[in-house]
Design a protein around this ligand. Structure first.
Ligand code: FES
Length: 122
C-alpha cells in the first residue's frame, strides 16, 4: 500500500507532516493525527468545518470540487479559489506532498467539541 505525505499548516504557524495510506479523506488524516479540526459532520459535506486553503500551485492538481462541495464553500465568508473542504479530498498518489492550511473557522477549540462520541472515536 502506498503511503503519501500531507503537510498541514495551522493558524498558529506550526506545520505538521502527516503520513497516510491511499483511500482516506484528508480530513480523516488530520483528525486521526490529533490535530484540532472541527469536522462536525464527519465528512458528509454538510458542515464546512473542515475548510482548508491550498497554495495556488496545488489548486489545479487536486480533483475539482463537485457541486455539493461548491455549494457548501459558497456558505463560508471569505472562501475563494484556494478553498476546499478537506473531507472531499481523497488521499492518493496524485496529492503526495499536498500542503493545506487549516482555517481558523475549522479549528476545534478545547472544551467545545460538538462532535458525537461516535464521530470523535472513529
Ligand atoms: S466534515 Fe463536514 S463538510 Fe467536511
Amino acid at each position: 500500500m502506498t503511503t503519501i505525505e500531507i503537510h498541514v499548516e495551522l493558524p498558529d504557524g506550526t506545520r505538521h507532516t502527516l503520513e497516510a495510506p491511499e483511500g482516506y479523506r484528508v480530513m480523516e488524516v488530520i483528525r486521526d493525527y490529533g490535530l484540532p479540526i472541527k469536522a462536525e459532520c464527519g465528512g458528509a459535506c454538510a458542515c464546512a468545518t473542515c475548510h482548508v486553503r491550498l497554495p495556488e500551485d496545488w489548486t489545479q492538481r487536486v480533483i475539482p470540487a463537485r457541486d455539493e462541495e461548491m455549494d457548501k464553500l459558497d456558505e463560508i465568508p471569505g472562501a475563494d479559489d484556494s478553498s476546499r473542504l478537506s473531507c472531499q479530498l481523497l488521499t492518493d498518489c496524485a496529492i503526495d506532498g499536498l500542503v493545506v492550511r487549516l482555517e481558523a473557522d475549522s479549528i476545534l477549540v478545547a472544551g467545545n467539541d460538538t462532535r458525537t462520541e461516535l464521530q470523535a472515536a472513529s
